[in-house]
Design a binder for this molecule. Sequence first.
Ligand code: C6P
Length: 404
Amino acid sequence: MDIEAIRKDFPALQQKVYDKPLIYLDNAATSQKPQVVIDRITQYYQRENSNVHRGVHFLSQTATDHYEATRTRVQQLIRAEKLHEVIYTKGTTEGINLVAYSFGEKYVNEGDEIIISQMEHHSNIVPWQMLASRKGATVKVIPMDETGTLDLEAYRKLLSDRTKMVAVTHVSNSLGTINPIQQMVADAHAVGAAVLVDGAQAAPHMQIDVKALDVDFYVFSGHKVFGPTGIGILYGKEKWLTDMPPYMGGGDMIELVRFDKTTYAGLPHKFEAGTPNIADTIALSTALEYVESVGYQAIADYEAELLAYGTEKLRSIDGIKLIGTAEDKASVLSFVMEGIHPYDAGTLLDRMGIAVRTGHHCTQPVMQFFDVPGTIRASFAFYNTKEEIDKLIAGLQKVKEFFV
Ligand code: C6P
């Protein structure tokens, strides 16, 4: 990979903040966008702007073609069997809420159980709690150990014929842990439970194969895969989506509307009410094409190098404790500094031009488990470099000198 050439594709990486070259290490929150993605959005508004699925005129048909072409690209990328198993959402959060509501409405009843894990993002906790309280169901939690690895033995014990859904993250945003999804899916299916995988942090780092994983639902956000905000993907197996009720009512999701009875459109439109986010959906395809041109294997190899390098460097600083040391990890480094609040460290790093995220990262139960108020999190993308990690390490040394 020619990192210098790749970096030139990302205008945001060229800037200075506080007169220092920006070192962007907050990719788990959102990644930067290559110029081709920005250009694609502009092109849509300059020349193609019109509503989709509604007009017979040239612009509407052009927009519809481009908008639907993204679905085909996603289908091919994630190896979904059917095109209509790909549903557009606003992002991961909406995808999970859609499934929790709609799957829950159809399949979850009083006394049923939903299994999540201790390392879930709030987006994969709260919708299930809301469903459980609506239906009189129970949410059970798979525990993890001190390295941030799920206890699969405990998971198997939680599974029973009462389990209707297992909702688990593919990659933890605050620990970096990569969970053994294929195995977890097989275990869940053995008791007849469906599985939703939160792929928000996996999609930027690896090619997702929903067929090989055999997941029932898989969700991710465009903005973390170098695409725009406001567009996400929900993959669902046809057998579930067909029988699940719509999540929202409105235009584009209907077949016939009568005051006495309304019938719904087929998949995928049943789940896509209202004028969608057309420009960003189209530009998501450009983002995915860009990532594919860099190459998933090259990305994985390079990010593994960055992770190993960063881990070793961090370990060399006294008073730093890594949070999340599982064997299988994505390029996320979460840590605390003895005697220094993460927020203070983050604020000083910011003044050096280094963008990290500090706090609970929307995973309060993880912070509770490790008994920390929050962590400092450096999350790498394929455009980051070892030189940037060196600057982070030098920055952390300065933070230490400032406070100690
Ligand atoms: N995590 C982070 O800094 P949305 O906001 O819908 O695009 O994604 C929500 C979400 C769900 N699951 C996981 C594992 C996530 O990491 C996120 C988003 C960001 O870690 C913002 S809190």
